[in-house]
Design a protein around this ligand. Structure first.
Ligand code: BGP
Length: 465
């Protein structure tokens, strides 16, 4: 069977500034940079963000390779720590203005739609140390100032904008589960940070609508939507899954699409005495500045269960993904390198949820992908490429469910793979590779993988067999 996708479908891939550019000529350190300076041992083979995939120097070649992989649209991000010289006044770093202009022009020259995101976990570390980062509304104001500069400088040529990538990861990674700096466990702060991120997103959207120079211009937010399936049929597990869904997905979804936080969640947080500090004026800004469209990052679902050891009503346990045996018993497929469950049908559930509960807003898969370690195992000397058939299979399976959603009326307009070119990421560094194009991290040589040729055909035909 052949599955055809709509005309003008976005076939592309996503990456970010801090994961690709390298630290060349950057006036400030973000929290990735800082974390690496402090704890280089936490990073795979001690490799940090200093060079990354050298996009700062090699962007022309990289964009040409993206073209060769058939991408008609690519998302990256503008780094706050690169563009802004003085973080308080918002004065510009001229070298960064030149660089981002050159990148945008190069994408356009190659016929690739440039999509710009404004925050990819990369808050300037100074703002964290001075003001407590996203805990502070002053930092919200400074971020909005940065976004205004971006719209003034680039919105004549960039039509597609996103305020944040995965704000929930900032909350959970930084303030609940300690996998991102600042490594705190503080429920009250986590809740305030979530609110402030939403407020900053809504304020940036307001600024965009004022400053945008392009009548076609659109702005949205990118959320990691993680369907929470109850681990069993028990009422307790179902309740845990429901709460996890409200917190992980509902909070930013409702506020961004409907202009208000889920009442049930606000109620729970109020009863638990961790509710955020909000003013009526701010809530009005959130109400008025909803998104034009939505990006959904999807990697794996969660299997939620009632907390075994905690009496805290806000606690949820997840079957840790690393318990492979537990998953095998259930007949679930795993990406063993990354330790994530593979469950493509979740994309159909997401499509249905958006269709039924979020007014069928326009959305696209903004990240989906498979991280694989030691990919050189699959290098084929004859063709000179990595034969990543598992990635092709992974993409096809996920597209099957995207297509099924569209058939049933879902307003999905694109599919972006994470990522075009193998890139750096926090802690993972270069261990698990996700790209259509491989990077030799010693020589910076870049080569199309088998999946890049598959993707080109997919994008050219806008259909998959
Ligand atoms: C997403 C992030 C990306 C990317 C990806 C893969 O959550 O938006 O920045 O890193 O996950 O994750 P990792 O590289 O940690 O395996």
């Amino acid at each position: 069977t052949t599955f055809n996708f709509p005309k003008n479908f976005w076939w592309g891939a996503a990456t970010s500034g801090p994961q690709t550019e390298g630290r060349f000529y950057k006036p400030h350190a973000n929290i990735f940079d800082y974390d690496f300076e402090k704890y280089p041992d936490h990073f795979w083979h001690g490799i940090g963000p200093d060079t990354a995939s050298n996009f700062y120097n090699d962007y022309k070649n990289d964009i040409a390779l993206m073209k060769a992989a058939g991408l008609n649209s690519v998302r990256t991000s503008i780094q706050w720590t690169r563009l802004i010289d003085d973080l308080e006044t918002g004065s510009l770093n001229p070298d960064a203005v030149r660089f981002y202009n050159a990148v945008i022009d190069e994408f356009i020259k190659q016929g690739i739609r440039p999509i710009m995101n404004l925050h990819h976990f990369d808050i300037p570390v100074e703002l964290l140390h001075k003001y407590g980062g996203w805990e502070s509304k002053h930092v919200v104001a400074l971020f909005v100032k940065f976004t205004e500069k971006c719209f003034e400088l680039f919105s004549d040529r960039v039509t597609d904008w996103f305020t944040y990538n995965e704000p929930m990861v900032v909350v959970e990674g930084g303030y609940l589960y300690q996998f991102h700096y600042p490594d705190l466990v503080d429920g009250k702060k986590a809740v305030q940070v979530a609110y402030n991120l939403q407020l900053a997103s809504s304020k940036a959207i307001a600024a965009f609508r004022k400053l945008n120079k392009n009548p076609e211009g659109k702005i949205g937010i990118i959320l990691n939507l993680t369907p929470n399936y109850p681990a069993s049929e028990s009422e307790a597990d179902k309740a845990a899954a429901h709460f996890a869904d409200l917190w992980q997905n509902g909070l930013f979804m409702d506020a961004s699409v409907k202009g208000a936080f889920p009442a049930e969640l606000v109620d729970i947080l109020t009863k638990d005495d961790v509710i955020w500090d909000a003013t009526p004026e701010e809530l009005e800004i959130i109400r008025q500045n909803t998104i034009d469209y939505l990006g959904v990052n999807f990697y794996h679902p969660n299997r939620a269960q009632a907390p075994k050891y905690s009496s805290d009503s806000l606690a949820v346990d997840w079957i840790p993904n690393k318990y492979f045996e537990e998953y095998e018993k259930r007949g679930v497929r795993m990406n063993v390198d990354k330790g994530w469950e593979i469950y493509p049908r979740a994309l159909y559930d997401i499509a249905k949820n958006i269709q039924e509960n979020y007014d069928n807003i326009a959305w696209f898969v903004s990240e989906n992908g498979m991280g694989v370690s030691r990919e050189d195992r699959y290098f084929d000397a004859e063709s000179g490429q990595i034969n990543d058939d598992y990635r092709i299979q992974f993409i096809k399976e996920h597209l099957y469910y995207v297509h099924k959603g569209i058939e049933e009326g879902s307003n999905c307009f694109g599919y972006h793979l994470w990522t075009p070119i193998d890139c750096f990421s926090w802690r993972n560094s270069y261990r698990n590779r996700y790209g259509l194009i491989s990077v030799n991290i010693h020589t910076q040589e870049k080569t199309l993988k088998k999946s890049a040729y598959f993707f080109k055909e997919l994008a050219d035909k806008s259909s998959v067999d």
